[in-house]
Design a protein around this ligand. Structure first.
Ligand code: KQY
Length: 382
């Protein structure tokens, strides 16, 4: 019998993810404002018991509420570990996608891709270096290797090209942009010794401009008192539209937060943005200081035989840590008398979106809030 030879040609599909070594700004890409249209949102399922008290049971319920509120107006993808896949699938509504992806913790804002778009509506990701908010210098856990791979894994899954910026340590929560050339950051975070100590402030600024496609960086000095991220900007100040920001505020001059917020106010009021506009600052009241209770602290496993929270530690509670979805603003509540006041202010600032307030103490105990656990995927042609 004659032999039949079947010749198979394996061809690389040109649509798979490419890792790019070029510069987004030079390629015509920039990071849009969070209020611009989204394709969807990424969240990572909470699991580690030294971050989330009592085995993350209460945190998971809060994450489900956040994911469900966002899913009312855009697609939500939740990444869960193999061990937690079934629980996540069972607790989340069917219209939320659950994919298995390993991680060290659950802060999508900080290590899922920062997305940039161009004028043709194409989308790419940026893969920053991540070292758990300061590495061996003053980082918050070790190891962080799985978290550091998530941006690339997610873009691979989406067939989205990704810029390799792993030589630069940056978390998504440490930047906010108006999408029109201006970026907000804090000095305490971006100039911290655990991130990019080999770089000058000017070099860091140039890196941000070239990767975010921006023309101006506004350097606030501080964030929220006792914020373990070295004071991410997303907890103190956020754009609500071009030319307008909200700033976390207290009138109590005896609170250490007062001088920090006042310094930000002075800087913002003395600045113009990349387009030359003066910046209108809307003060968003802070809740009364929130302290961890003994019971909550007892519910956290120790990490390397050390407690992860101090007794009676003040937590970095702020209403500024909200997420802007296509149809809503999903904001934290703390059971505080300012919950309603803060909600009203955001309702006035976002007349076309529903403001949904979610009791978020169980997220706050982990060290962040709703903005920190989400990452938007801007709308694009691809
Ligand atoms: O971006 C954030 N606010 C996350 C901080 C997480 C710290 C780990 N406990």
């Amino acid at each position: 019998m004659g032999m039949i030879t079947v010749k198979i040609t394996l061809k690389r599909n040109g649509d798979f993810m490419k890792i790019l070594k070029t510069i987004p700004k030079e390629d015509g890409f920039h990071m849009p404002g969070e209020y611009e249209p989204h394709e969807g949102c990424i969240i990572i399922w909470p699991e580690r018991a030294d971050s989330w008290q009592y085995g993350a049971v209460a945190a998971r319920k809060a994450f489900v509420k956040v994911a469900s509120a966002i899913a009312m107006s855009e697609k939500v993808t939740v990444c869960a570990s193999e061990a937690q896949y079934d629980t996540a699938r069972e607790m989340l509504p069917e219209h939320i996608r659950v994919v298995e992806m390993s991680s060290n913790d659950s802060w999508a804002r900080d290590y899922m891709p920062t997305f940039v778009i161009n004028s043709k509506g194409q989308r790419r990701g940026i893969d920053w270096g991540f070292n758990a908010w300061g590495g061996l210098e003053d980082g918050l856990y070790f190891p962080w290797d799985k978290d550091n791979k998530m941006a690339r894994k997610f873009c691979d899954m989406m067939d989205t090209d990704i810029y390799d910026a792993r030589d630069f340590i940056l978390e998504g929560g440490s930047i906010h942009t108006d999408g029109e050339g201006t970026v907000l950051v804090t000095e305490n975070c971006l100039l911290s010794r655990g991130r990019n100590p080999h770089m000058t402030k000017e070099e860091i600024e140039n890196k941000l401009k070239s990767y975010l496609g921006a023309d101006k960086v506004i350097w606030l000095k501080y964030g929220i008192y006792n914020d373990e991220t070295n004071e991410h900007v997303d907890n103190i100040c956020a754009y609500v539209k071009p030319g307008h920001v909200v700033l976390a505020w207290t009138d109590n001059e005896d609170d250490p937060q007062y001088a920090m917020s006042k310094s930000c106010l002075d800087i913002l009021e003395g600045e113009t943005d990349a387009r030359g506009r003066k910046i209108t600052v809307h003060k968003l009241p802070l809740p009364s200081p929130v302290y961890i209770t003994e019971e909550e602290r007892d519910g956290l496993l120790h990490m390397d035989m050390e407690p992860t929270r101090q007794e009676n530690e003040r937590l970095a509670a702020s209403y500024v840590n909200f997420y802007i979805s296509n149809g809503a603003v999903v904001m934290p509540g703390f059971g505080d008398e300012n919950d309603e006041k803060a909600k009203k202010i955001l309702e006035e600032l976002f007349p076309d979106r529903q403001v949904i307030q979610i009791y978020a103490r169980d997220i706050l105990i982990g060290g962040g809030n709703i903005h920190c656990i989400t990452q938007q995927i801007p709308k694009a042609v691809k």
